[in-house]
Write a protein that binds this ligand. Structure first.
Ligand SMILES: C[S@@+](CC[C@H](N)C(=O)[O-])C[C@H]1O[C@@H](n2cnc3c(N)ncnc32)[C@H](O)[C@@H]1O
Length: 283
């Protein structure tokens, strides 16, 4: 039984980091003429209403995208992200976001005519919503199938260039191991592809095992990006989030080191938390 619904969390601080980096990675692919392929193994519903009962219950977006909405002197990759979030509003001049775009919506905005996107979502309510959103779109294939299993079905893609986003909800026992295995499977099937795995930073530090599995599996060129909005041992729940980026664009590490401190100051104005960018495994 899937119980996680991204609608409760849409636009939170973890989405801000994940989606800004996602857009940056897709922008890099779109910078070259050859078509690219995008696979979203855990796609969600695609677009979220921040006024509905689910998003309104926790209002996590207020500590996420809400903290950037009126910011000034926004660094370039974040202003590109905000521009797309504004494009998702019915009223682009709104004083606060009322809708929040998920990864499929954001990436769809950046596809060129020859590019292709495959989305997997298992939830019985979110999958139909996603399918409906992209109905009739010939560049988008929506599947009601297990995202980990999809890695074997769709990789390597004919385009030979592109990105896989693995964005699990980590709601089942053993899902950390499954996520690590998923990343390793994707890399084995497509060692030159761009891969991004998102993970939460929780007080028990489960990410250490994930990192070790990736190192031991022999992956190369794995950039680790983490941002915390609370101290690492805070029992509050998710204290931050991270991404492992395999085969990231050249010098992304230097670029991230420039704007992550700004983002952390926005998301954690009380001065807690921290950010880091390092090579879990170098080239
Ligand atoms: C964190 S949300 C995805 C958010 C989305 N990637 C975004 O950034 O907007 C995780 C989603 O994965 C779905 N899910 C959980 N297990 C899955 C699986 N094995 N295969 C495909 N989807 C799954 C959940 O229903 C949920 O909608």
């Amino acid at each position: 039984m899937l119980s996680y619904r991204h609608a409760f969390h849409a636009g939170n601080f973890a989405d801000v980091l994940k989606h800004t980096i996602l857009i940056r990675l897709i922008g890099s692919l779109a910078g070259k003429e050859a078509p690219f392929f995008y696979l979203d193994t855990h796609a969600g519903a695609g677009l979220y209403d921040l006024e509905d009962t689910r998003a309104s219950r926790l209002r996590e977006w207020r500590e996420g995208v809400g903290r950037l909405w009126d910011a000034s002197a926004v660094p370039a990759p974040l202003s590109g992200y905000l521009r797309l979030v504004r494009e998702a509003q019915t009223d682009p001049a709104a004083s606060r976001p009322r809708r929040y775009p998920g990864s499929p919506w954001l990436v769809r905005r950046l596809l060129r005519p020859g590019d292709r996107m495959v989305l997997c979502e298992l939830h019985p309510a979110d999958h139909p919503a996603l399918r409906e959103r992209f109905a009739g779109d010939r560049q988008v294939a929506v599947h009601h199938r297990d995202g980990y299993e999809a890695l074997r079905a769709f990789l390597p893609p004919a385009e030979r260039r592109g990105l896989v986003l693995l964005d699990p909800a980590y709601e089942f026992p053993g899902e950390w191991e499954r996520a690590a295995e998923g990343l390793v499977t994707a890399w084995r099937r497509w060692p030159t592809g761009g891969l991004a795995l998102w993970y939460p930073l929780l007080a028990h530090g489960a990410e250490a095992r994930l990192h070790r599995s990736v190192e031991e599996a022999g992956l190369r060129k794995v950039l680790r990006v983490e941002l915390r909005v609370r101290p690492a041992d805070s029992p509050a729940g998710m204290n931050g989030s991270g991404l492992l980026l395999v085969n990231p664009p050249w010098r992304l590490d230097e670029e991230l080191a420039q704007w992550l401190p700004w983002l952390r100051r926005q998301l954690a104005p009380q001065g807690q938390g921290g950010e880091s960018v390092d090579w879990l495994v170098p080239e």
